[in-house]
Design a protein around this ligand. Structure first.
Ligand SMILES: CC(C)(COP(=O)(O)OP(=O)(O)OC[C@H]1O[C@@H](n2cnc3c(N)ncnc32)[C@H](O)[C@@H]1OP(=O)(O)O)[C@@H](O)C(=O)NCCC(=O)NCCS
Length: 149
């Protein structure tokens, strides 16, 4: 069942299914390649699998491209461990659509942690009205805790 459909761009958002996993992992690995400060992709992929099996997740899907973005959600904490959009589909509203669906799902403002090196994502969240709540983590994993509108 579609939870949100973009009126012009042809993608929609729904709950994830197990058969989405190969495309989710491809998007995730491609995004991680742009984060040289992160540790091994293997550990990150393990954490992604754990997040998918323990939590709620949504995918954005377009008919011919398939999965173009995904988000994992710890419902009880209103916390978003992952929001990742395929590089070819950025600036199309996919990220904000996924965050809006998750926000509607939990019914209160969301939180997430973003690496301080990830300036592009911080700009995107700022554009969407998120604000800094605290600094978290240490060393190469220093992050900013953001809270959404
Ligand atoms: C961060 C990310 C999820 C944003 O997704 P997206 O689909 O491109 O975002 P949207 O198209 O919904 O854009 C939302 C807003 O952010 C702005 N924005 C998006 N990317 C931006 C960037 N790199 N720089 C500045 N602003 C940006 C958009 O212009 C838009 O603002 P507007 O509402 O004023 O027009 C995406 O860039 C991504 O997947 N990055 C790699 C993975 C990552 O860093 N994930 C976050 C980990 S915490």
């Amino acid at each position: 069942m579609s939870l949100y459909s973009h009126p012009g761009a042809g993608w929609s958002i729904r709950h994830w299914r197990r058969d989405d996993y190969p495309q989710i992992e491809v998007i995730f690995r491609e995004c991680l390649a742009a984060f040289p400060w992160r540790g091994s992709a293997r550990d990150e992929v393990l954490r992604l699998r754990q997040a998918l099996s323990a939590n709620i997740a949504f995918v954005a899907e377009e008919k011919s491209a398939g999965v173009v973005g995904f988000l994992t959600l710890e419902q009880g904490k209103a916390y978003v461990p992952h929001v990742f959009v395929d590089g070819d589909w950025r600036f199309c509203g996919v990220g904000s659509g996924l965050l809006q669906v998750a926000r509607n799902f939990v019914g209160r403002p969301l939180k997430l942690d973003v690496d301080i090196q990830n300036a592009a994502a911080i700009e995107a969240y700022t554009a969407l009205g998120w604000r800094e709540q605290a600094k978290v983590g240490r060393g190469s994993r220093e992050q900013v805790r953001l809270v959404g509108p």
